[in-house]
Design a protein around this ligand. Structure first.
Ligand SMILES: CC(=O)SCCNC(=O)CCNC(=O)[C@H](O)C(C)(C)COP(=O)(O)OP(=O)(O)OC[C@H]1O[C@@H](n2cnc3c(N)ncnc32)[C@H](O)[C@@H]1OP(=O)(O)O
Ligand SMILES: O=C(O)CCC(=O)C(=O)O
Length: 490
């Protein structure tokens, strides 16, 4: 529907008298009585679900389809980040510039196939992540084993700035001196049937409320999460979230336990939940379909407040939102916030430590720390990068204490980067001469891969010929010594 005036009134009937929610046909709601949300902009995401006012289970809603207008409504004070003209305009819900990290390398990460942390390793990881600036550290359930309990108690006593959480089933019991408890229970039919012995939502809600009351009575922060949220019934989800929110939880959690959610589904669910509870919203995304970082970002845009991460994403199966990759995603949209809170120069050392502990390699394409994350190769890229790094870089290596490299020894090289190398070597040639030697390097690179020394030899021999064997002029001693594999620092 595209008409500016398109309006539709529907009668609704909410089938369950205990529920404040019902599903309605696809449409965009712009207003209903009483208004639960502040503006038309913030309601645009409601495509298929409406919140029914608590006081009644029948009534009439007015749908106004003008939110399908070609021109979106934009709050006037907001502006896009300068780096990306297509960046989403902030709205009143978005927390991309105000979010917290719940770092779960010591919980979800311990569920990674290769993890077997010693106490010393846990202390080191906790300390590094604390220095990095994460807001919370989530540790394994102390009921898992005596050593798990002892390690949790040890870390609680370290006096770290980060709050210490543990992660438990929805049962009364363990807290072990923590600041908070992250409680989770399955709500999808799969888990209710095959993990929880056929429990229905009434029993699950009752159990959740008892556990929440107990944890609160111990003076701990409490978060309640629904496991497998994206395969759970929406009405069930919103009903239990509303109940636990009324019981006073500090956060509710949405968990994409099987990694099935897409960014748009995430936006819709978080956006909907944001309209139903007033407490913080935590999100936990598995990466089975490669969407974990995008889903975390989408959740923040929709109003989530806390994101679960682990170093390099380690966790069950192929893991969850990686801490470093999330930082990479947040930098273009929230640079000042990220720099003010997190010590980005530690990312590499934290990842290296964890990778070694769990015996994995950092993937070549890892954001920020992959071995070629800041290496530029093709001639067109190299020329532009040498003129201005922002031509082909949205992230600055120096923000992470890292270095940019420009590759110049392949058949894809160009005369501009060779010119730069010639200058680094302290040699002088005309542009025509540089183009000639570039052709020689390309010809040789067609035959075999060239190392830096090979390309430098071609340049130097050519220069010698030009100077009738007079010898190399003004050669710099320092240049090129640290270059490897055909790339040099730029
Ligand atoms: C999606 C996630 O990652 S959730 C977090 C997963 N983390 C862990 O599992 C922590 C490590 N786990 C452990 O050490 C053990 O599994 C323990 C200590 C938690 C439980 O061990 P056990 O009592 O031997 O039970 P087991 O692991 O075989 O089965 C899980 C039990 O918890 C129940 N359960 C599963 N999820 C929940 C839940 N969220 N809340 C309450 N009970 C649950 C199951 O129904 C089952 O109960 P049963 O003993 O009546 O069959
Ligand atoms: O507690 C949570 O929110 C997440 C639990 C978990 O690891 C998952 O559901 O995948």
């Amino acid at each position: 529907m595209t008409s500016l005036d398109a309006r539709l009134k529907i009668d609704f009937f909410c089938p369950s008298s205990t529920s404040n929610f019902c599903q309605i046909p696809a449409c965009t709601i712009l207003r209903f009585e009483p208004p639960r949300l502040p503006s038309a902009v913030s309601i645009c995401a409601f495509h298929f679900l409406s919140i029914i006012p608590a006081s009644s289970n029948t009534g009439q809603l007015t749908f106004d389809c003008s939110s399908t207008l070609d021109t979106p409504i934009r709050p006037s004070k907001m502006s896009a980040p300068t780096g990306n003209p297509y960046a989403r305009i902030d709205d009143l819900l978005s927390n991309v510039r105000n979010f917290k990290i719940i770092e779960s390398t010591l919980r979800e990460g311990e569920q990674f196939a290769n993890s077997h942390y010693s106490t010393e390793t846990k202390i080191k990881i906790a300390t590094m992540l604390d220095q990095f600036g994460v807001d919370y550290l989530e540790l394994t359930n102390p009921c898992s084993s005596p050593q798990s309990r002892a390690d949790l108690e040890t870390i609680c006593k370290l006096g770290l700035k980060a709050k210490i959480l543990t992660h438990t089933r929805c049962t009364i019991g363990c807290d072990a001196g923590v600041d908070g408890v992250d409680v989770v229970i399955g709500t999808s039919q799969f888990l209710r049937e095959h993990s929880l012995g056929g429990k229905d939502m009434v029993a699950i809600t009752k159990q959740a409320l008892e556990v929440i009351e107990y944890i609160k009575s111990r003076g701990c922060e409490v978060r309640f999460s629904t496991e497998d949220s994206f395969r759970s019934d929406l009405v069930d989800l919103l009903s239990i979230y509303k109940a636990v929110s009324q019981a006073g939880v500090d956060r509710v959690g949405i968990a994409d336990t099987v990694g099935c959610a897409s960014p748009r589904q995430v936006y819709d669910l978080v956006r909907t939940l944001r309209g139903c509870v007033s407490c913080d919203i935590e999100v936990h995304f598995h990466d089975d379909t490669g969407c974990a970082v995008a889903n975390a970002f989408s959740a923040l845009e929709a109003g989530a407040t806390h994101v679960d991460t682990s170093v390099l994403g380690i966790g069950e199966r192929n893991g969850i939102t990686p801490l470093g990759a999330l930082m990479a995603r947040m930098m273009p949209s929230s640079r000042d916030y990220v720099l003010s809170k997190y010590n980005l120069k530690m990312i590499k050392s934290i990842e290296d430590f964890v990778a070694e502990e769990v015996e994995i390699n950092t993937p070549f394409n890892n954001p920020i720390t992959g071995f070629c994350a800041f290496t530029h190769k093709a001639g067109i890229h190299a020329k532009a990068i040498l003129n201005s790094p922002s031509t082909y870089e949205i992230l600055k290596p120096e923000d992470f204490g890292l270095t940019r490299y420009v590759h110049f020894t392949s058949r894809l090289t160009g005369w501009n980067v060779i010119k730069s190398r010639i200058s680094q070597l302290g040699l002088i040639m005309t542009d025509d001469q540089i183009k000639e030697v570039t052709a020689k390097i390309k010809a040789m690179a067609d035959i075999r891969p060239l190392a830096i020394d090979d390309a430098d030899s071609i340049i130097r021999s050519f220069h010698l010929e030009l100077n009738n064997g007079e010898g190399q002029k003004g050669q710099s001693e320092q240049n090129g010594q640290n270059a490897q594999n055909g790339q040099v620092e730029a």
